[in-house]
Write a protein of this length. Sequence first.
Length: 491
Amino acid sequence: MAGSETVGTDVVIVGAGPTGLVLAIDLARRGVRATLVEKADRLFPGSRGKGIQPRSQEVLDDLGALPGILAAGSPYPRMRAWEGAERQGEWDMMARSEPTEQVPYATILLIPQSRTQELLYARLRELGGDVRFGTALTGFRQSEDAVEAELSTGETVRAAYLVAADGGRSTVRKALGIGMTGETVDPRPMLVADVRLSPDSIVDRGNWQVWPKAPGGAVALCPLPGGDQFQLIAAFEDEGATVDTAPRAVRELLAARTPLAATDVVEVVWASDFRARAAMADRFRDGRVLLAGDAAHVHSPAGGQGLNTSIQDAYNLGWKLGRVLRHGAPAALLDSYEAERLPVAADVLGISTRLHRASSEGANTQRGEEVQQLGLGYRDSPLTRETRTGLADGALRAGDRAPDGPYGAGRLFDVFRGPHFTLLAVGVPLPPLTDDTVRTAHLAAYEPYGTGLFLIRPDGYVGWAGTGGDGLAGYLDAFGTSDAGHPPVGG
């Protein structure tokens, strides 16, 4: 479309990175119309965020995107240290765990961000959605009733809400005047690049190769699954260093710091420079505009938290937009997005920063449960209701992640999968329900849940827990019950 035409939709999403794609997928399966705009003419081409944590794998399972991700990814390889051309010891940076009934995806998955985005885009297309590439947001204005987004094509899109998923330099956040509070984690610059190496080089693909004492700064080469590429990370000891991302400079850096020759680098596929920073937006919502992903918080890459936290922002926001736009829930439900995600982002930023600084000091800090995000929850959320008393320490409570487990011929995650709520009764009878957006399931017993009724939110967390049905209907009223839906603003 071109010219000054005004079109209507439900939600405008700015930015087709992992955050924007996940949100668009979630809205598509809820029948919510989304216009996803991306100023670049293609998806991001690099490997930058290359780790998918266990909790994010559960999210992608629910969204129907996980089979392709699992097929394209691999476990993280063991680290191998070098001094010049001499091999040193090996170790695991990522703790390795075996799947259990409660945790089917127990270990971080290695997959380049570019491939993750390709697979998310394919899933969005399957659901009837798409990305408008080469289309930038040039301005917006909001009123009590709508947001009007102005695009580089000359169009104006009128929507109920606008979501900024446009990265750490978010133009939307800046236009709103929302500040970012944080710190520089490390003032020294780093180079990140994807390179193809000659199969005849000294480096093999069986390990994540590291030169911690390389002249000028440490160098690491991580083999990426699905081809012959490596992710190169090179630190610089001089805070004032200028990082040259030209292919020639990347080749020369590897030749100067490692036993590789410049000719061993067959191709430099992508390269960028950055300085590690940790910062969070002062608020995640301004009226009808919401911030998600890097637009709301930026991380050091240590610990693999940035992309994963961003995915889960979108997952938290998607079902709430769906309930407001398609089920008559009050718009105040969207206030819970910031209330839930801002504390999580603050905690995760602390983890990333601590791991980065430990690594910079030469510590081989293993990444374990704290980075897997399975323990994150919403016990203090305004949406959480725990009505049982006398619970033992360690008992599953409202606000916690709902564990997986066997159910009939399948598993509980099969029951939870989809845009609905699930009422799970364990050792107690199911009460009558009139809300057809709530599915039910019953188990005679399952130790991880204990005994009681558990209302599982669409994002896989226990929202309400009790021993009987008293109070459940009132709790559900906050989320609406109508399946009639509402027309898009301006539509």
